[in-house]
Design a protein around this ligand. Structure first.
Ligand code: FAD
Length: 399
């Protein structure tokens, strides 16, 4: 009505203007899964005006950018009754919702569809198998995977269909196993999807290589920056104002192939090729290929593909998953799309999700997620939103 138009044209009465006036400027540093998920959840609150500033963005492939290299899947290794387990638990519900209701995000239940001609019903097998060999029980990998390999992990009541694999379903050399519904995230689709959700929510993106965390203060799009969210991953070990010496790389090498594994996601307790090597296979959504891995080489910064390691990765995968090569078991029958190397941002003592007062204001940190950046992403970003609300509330901002 004319009355409304008249009122809205008067800025003093314009509710949108009032919201904008009250908006707090936040700069999120980093556009990996941690930064994008934080910005996405923050953008759901109209109170914030958010800019993401980062050296690497979705679409880039770089050794300083871990997120594109991940498989990625949901296989929690966090220990029961820890914050990390809470973050992983909370993340499951968000990822399950994406797989069920938003397939355009590139998140899918790992599985094959089979229609039953008698009932005309479609059954979805969502299989994720965790297989254990007795000989790995004393290895460093088995220690790292302790919760994942347990017959009764904390997440057995979180993920659907958790059960123990019957002995007659175990392959040669495997002594025990579990099976449950899980998801695989096609990072090539999911990172741009997250970015587009942010853009839809009004987030601005800027390329920036920061020397010091306080450089982020220059990147607010409207006025004074109230708060910085630090999601710099491994970069937190070098960034001025942070330089966290507890953050180190755990090198992961993978091979992306065109072959498929009958919809099964598989993870083994260890390999015969040393503690720093792993064996896992997962098929990405929307014809994204199959990721086979891998390695966990702590302290190794080497960005180059190690071709001998790549051969061992492929040899182990065709042995563990004969379906990959139609039963031939030959590495030459793998059709390679690309080899990849990524550095997981491991932090001794666990990820840092907390607030810190620095001379120029408040920082909320969200980095150091090691090999769990996706499977903990929503839990951690929800914690970021809680901390940001705390810091921007009148009481705390005066501290
Ligand atoms: P990153 O993705 O590295 O992003 C860091 C961001 O900060 C980038 O945008 C970068 O440009 C920016 N930045 C850093 N320093 C600066 C600076 N000084 N100035 C400006 N910008 C800066 N996780 C799972 O949950 N499930 C899996 O199955 C899984 N599999 C993996 C397999 C491999 C081979 C690898 C390598 C990792 C895997 N991970 C997995 C781990 C996961 O990839 C990481 O935990 C996650 O990607 C970390 O995200 P991040 O946003 O913290 O860091």
């Amino acid at each position: 009505s004319f009355f409304c138009f008249d009122r809205l044209s008067n800025l003093a009465y314009n509710p949108w203007f009032i919201v904008q006036m009250a908006q707090k400027n936040i700069v999120v540093v980093g556009a990996g899964v941690a930064g994008l998920t934080s910005a996405y959840l923050l953008s759901q609150t109209r109170q914030y005006n958010i800019t993401v500033a980062a050296k690497h963005m979705p679409g880039d492939y770089d050794i300083e950018y871990a997120s594109p290299w991940a498989g990625a899947n949901y296989m929690p290794v966090s220990i029961r009754d820890t914050k990390a387990a809470d973050w992983d638990r909370d993340t499951w519900y968000a990822l399950e919702d994406l797989a069920r209701n938003h397939p355009e995000s590139g998140v899918h239940f790992q599985g094959a569809s089979v229609s039953n001609q008698m009932t005309c019903r479609l059954t979805i097998f969502r299989e994720c198998e965790i297989l254990s060999r007795d000989k790995d029980s004393q290895s460093a990998t088995a220690e790292w995977f302790a919760e994942l390999l347990s017959p009764s992990p904390w997440f057995k009541h979180v993920v659907p269909d958790f059960r123990i694999l019957p002995t007659d379903k175990l392959g040669p050399g495997i002594q025990s196993g579990t099976i449950f519904t899980s998801v695989c995230i096609n990072t090539a689709i999911y990172l741009p999807w997250l970015l587009s959700q942010c853009v839809k929510g009004g987030v601005t993106f800027k390329r920036a290589s920061l020397e010091d965390l306080t450089d982020a203060l220059a990147f607010g799009s409207q006025g004074k920056v109230e708060l910085v969210v630090n999601c710099t991953g491994l970069g937190a070990s070098k960034l001025g104002g942070v330089r966290d010496t507890a953050v180190v790389p755990a090198r992961g090498q993978i091979v992306l192939v065109r072959n498929e594994n009958g919809g099964k996601m598989v993870n083994l307790s260890g390999t015969d090729d040393g503690d720093q090597e792993a064996c896992y296979v997962m098929t990405r959504a929307v014809a994204g290929g199959t990721v086979i891995g891998g390695s966990y080489q702590k302290g190794d910064w080497n960005p180059e593909v190690d071709h001998e390691l790549a051969h061992r990765i492929m040899r182990r995968a065709v042995k563990a998953c004969p379906d990959l090569t139609g039963g031939s078991g030959k590495v030459e029958d793998l059709d390679v799309i690309r080899h990849g190397v990524g550095l997981r941002p491991v932090r001794d003592g666990g990820a840092r999700v907390e607030r810190e007062r620095i001379s120029s204001g408040w920082v909320v940190h969200n980095y150091g997620h090691g090999g769990a950046g996706y499977q903990s992403s929503y839990g951690c970003a929800q914690e970021v939103v809680r901390l940001v609300k705390e810091v921007t509330s009148a009481n705390v901002s005066k501290l």
